[in-house]
Design a protein around this ligand. Structure first.
Ligand code: IMP
Ligand code: MG
Length: 180
């Protein structure tokens, strides 16, 4: 285990089981439909790549970068979007794939942005849900696991751009972010 990790919350095996069960629900709901899966960079990269390999309906993949965190563990509330989605998503079903739903500000902003592009539907898939700090009226249509109010890293999730490469998800030691 990495020295800055307090405790492993989800092992590689647990993550892969969770991803497969989320994919199954998506496969059941979108069979025969035109689906566009949108990966929110950078945190969703691992979840997205594991998820899409378990999706068996026809789908297109899109990528959108969003950031609001800076280097603290509390969302700044200001969401910055990168390059807009280039393909025409009008009339298609959009599924936004995000690593974690925390205050909900990022996903509220992204959902509104997607809806402005006239798709047939927009839903949200989040690997982790941290409802304790929610301040927007938003929820995930597909959800991996609900977690307590801890700051987690690994499997794509970062603190200050580090720890994304860990194959598991762990709670970051508090001393790592409180010494700043
Ligand atoms: P929200 O806008 O507060 O819902 O924050 C969502 C974004 O904050 C996610 O996409 C993550 O990038 C980041 N985030 C929220 N909680 C955590 C965490 O525990 N670890 C790492 N990143 C987090
Ligand atoms: Mg993120």
């Amino acid at each position: 285990m990495h020295k800055d990790i307090e405790k492993i919350l989800f092992s590689e095996e647990q993550l892969s089981e969770t991803v497969r069960s989320v994919a199954k629900q998506i496969n059941d709901d979108y069979a025969g439909k035109q689906l566009v899966l949108v990966c929110i960079l950078k945190g969703s990269i691992m979840f997205f790549s594991d998820l899409v390999r378990n999706i068996d309906c026809d789908c297109e993949l899109e990528f959108l970068s969003a950031s609001s965190y800076g280097s603290s563990t509390v969302s700044s509330g200001k969401v910055k979007l990168g390059e807009p989605v280039k393909s025409d998503i009008s009339g298609k079903h959009v599924l936004i794939v995000e690593d974690i739903l925390d205050t909900g500000r990022t996903l509220s902003y992204i959902k509104a942005h997607m809806e402005s592009l006239s798709p047939k539907s927009v839903r949200i898939c989040a690997l982790f849900d941290k409802p304790a700090r929610r301040c927007c009226d938003i929820s995930a249509d597909y959800k991996g696991v609900t977690i307590e109010d801890n700051f987690i890293v690994g499997y794509g999730l970062d603190y200050n751009e580090k720890f994304r490469n860990l194959p598991y998800v762990g709670i970051l030691k508090q001393e790592i972010y409180s010494k700043k």
